[in-house]
Design a protein around this ligand. Structure first.
Ligand SMILES: [Zn+2]
Length: 274
């Protein structure tokens, strides 16, 4: 599933190509991919609108339109948002096509259809419960270690579960939760409230590091993730623990352990993480 670094890569790539363009019209071949408002209203809301900015909040892509609403894209498990020439053959599982005034097309493709498209003001989407109230952005300079420590202090859940909670920290998913806990030397099963201020500081630093290194490497293509040009990222070859259960830890050589936390496969080292 695309997480913060993958979504950030797509957003940074699309931004210079989309800002200032006008969406001439939109065609939906699988209308239920639109979750808000009704598909017909969605089509009307984007048609003729100029794109003012392209941003990201957590794992959400926010394309702000001249009408003061945002076209919001959540990639779910297998969603891909690509910018293509109009003559490019339409790939299977393409559910929405946005025709741009420069002849190019922004296409949403999603084989497993867990993704969603929304249109509205961020506040309206929050109220309609189409978007969750997201926690702080972990790569923002304004997010401090003390904030993370306070969040962990009040939680009885395992550390891994807190990192996955989008209301606690926005944008972290299974890959970067495991990677940052390994970097920080913290066990994912550990009850969050038992973490010391010093350990929270280490986790804060590890989270930022894991995410920033992954952004520099254009994300992890561990499954179907592709960037806006259909290319794979490079971070999957550099992951320390994710997807490596049973393989040797790069630090101590012991086989990595796998457990399930919050319904997600979690990989860690029993010797290096406490
Ligand atoms: Zn180890």
């Amino acid at each position: 599933m695309p997480e913060l670094p993958e979504v950030e890569t797509i957003v940074a790539d699309l931004r210079p190509h989309l800002v200032g363009r006008t969406i001439v019209r939109c065609e939906l071949s699988f209308p239920t991919i639109v979750r808000h408002p009704e598909p017909e209203e969605f089509i009307d809301a984007v048609a003729g609108m100029q794109i003012e900015s392209v941003g990201r909040r957590g794992k959400y892509i926010l394309i702000r339109l001249s009408s003061d609403v945002a076209l919001v894209v959540h990639l779910g498990m297998t969603g891909q948002l690509r910018l293509l020439d109009e003559v490019a053959p339409l790939e299977k599982h393409t559910h929405a096509v946005f025709f741009l005034d420069d002849g190019r097309q922004l296409r949403y493709r999603d084989p497993r259809r867990f993704g969603r498209l929304l249109v509205g003001s961020e506040e309206a989407l929050l109220i309609a419960k189409k978007m969750p109230r997201l926690g702080p952005e972990p790569i923002d300079a304004s997010w401090e270690a003390e904030q993370l420590y306070r969040e962990l202090r009040r939680r009885r859940a395992p550390l891994k579960a807190v990192l996955l909670d989008q209301r606690a920290i926005a944008g972290v998913g299974n890959i970067y939760a495991d990677e940052s806990l390994h970097r920080a030397g913290l066990r994912p099963t550990r009850v969050a409230s038992t973490v010391s201020r010093k350990s929270a500081r280490r986790l804060h630093e590890s989270l930022r590091e894991s995410l920033q290194v992954a952004i520099a490497n254009r994300g992890s293509s561990v499954d179907t993730y592709r960037d806006a040009w259909g290319e794979v990222g490079a971070q999957q070859e550099k992951l320390l623990v994710y997807g490596r259960a049973g393989e040797p830890c790069f630090t101590c050589g012991r086989p990595l352990t796998s457990v399930r936390i919050a319904g997600r496969t979690t990989v860690y080292c029993r010797r290096c993480q406490h």
